[in-house]
Design a protein around this ligand. Structure first.
Ligand code: CTP
Ligand code: MG
Length: 243
């Protein structure tokens, strides 16, 4: 457990990898810069992090050739005065982008959230639950949901099914994933295996990863249909919650 737990001078940061192209969404503008309700997906994601009271530092990892453009975009949309914003260029893989974001964290940050720019609609309650679990002593915390589909393991060459893991033992995981800073930095320094999330690096270190309830609206905008769903969720929020 981080011994900084009771030190109110230490801060929580959110690193937002936004450097991907969004190949599965189809050709066009990089995914994080596409709009949802007229506002770039990345701006929604940054606001979702800033809405959590604990988060006072946000590091956006921009497409490698687009850091200045992203900085200007975020400045134009404005953030609460209390939030410090850093923008850095990203890398070839998501892991590289996260590592580049971690490298610029201010020294007084002890808890780090890593949140996909591609999850613009995560509710603040989910963010708070992750932060609280890390502050309570968990080195790594992940929001998770049960699966709707049955999942098969396969031989990708022959397309033959090799097994059916018991669905009740599986979870789909989301972001923000929350970490004790030192643990996450150590994981990124020592795990070079290809991974698709940050918690799996902490698993490789042999440390426990705690689940908290995820949220349907924290889904990742990945394919074109996800944009339709995201627009619908946003329209409903604007109509009912003055969002
Ligand atoms: N990401 C990143 N740097 C990369 C690749 C991905 O910062 N080199 C970010 C994406 O911008 C996204 C998050 O990681 O916010 C999750 O990745 P994913 O949803 O796979 O986005 P893309 O990699 O952009 O999409 P695709 O895999 O379809 O190309
Ligand atoms: Mg990707």
């Amino acid at each position: 457990m981080p011994n900084s737990y009771k030190d109110t001078n230490l801060r929580t940061a959110a690193v937002i990898p936004a450097a991907g192209r969004g190949v599965r969404l189809g050709p066009g503008t990089p995914k994080a810069l596409r709009t949802l309700g007229g506002v770039p997906i990345l701006v929604h994601a940054v606001r979702a992090m800033a809405r959590a009271r604990a988060v006072t530092v946000i590091v956006v990892v921009a497409p490698a050739d687009g850091a200045a453009e992203v900085r200007a975009l975020l400045d134009a949309h404005g953030l609460p005065e209390s939030t410090e914003l850093l923008v850095v260029p990203g890398g070839d893989e998501r892991q590289d982008s996260v590592r580049l974001g971690l490298a610029v964290l201010p020294p007084d940050v002890d808890v780090v959230l890593v949140h996909d720019a591609a999850r613009p609609l995560v509710p603040v309650e989910t963010v708070d639950a992750v932060v609280n679990a890390v502050r309570a002593g968990a080195p790594a915390v992940v929001p998770a949901l049960p699966l709707a589909d049955t999942v098969k393991s396969v031989d990708p060459v022959t397309d033959l099914v090799t097994g059916t893991p018991e669905r009740a033992l599986l979870r789909a995981v989301q972001t923000p994933q929350g970490f004790d800073r030192a643990t996450l930095v150590r994981a990124h320094e020592s795990v070079t295996k290809d991974v698709t999330d940050d918690a799996s690096m902490v698993e490789h270190l042999g440390l426990p990863v705690l689940l908290v309830p995820g949220h349907e609206e924290a889904f990742k905008v990945t394919r074109p249909l996800d944009l339709v769903l995201a627009e619908a969720v946003l329209a409903r929020r604007r109509a009912t919650d003055g969002y």
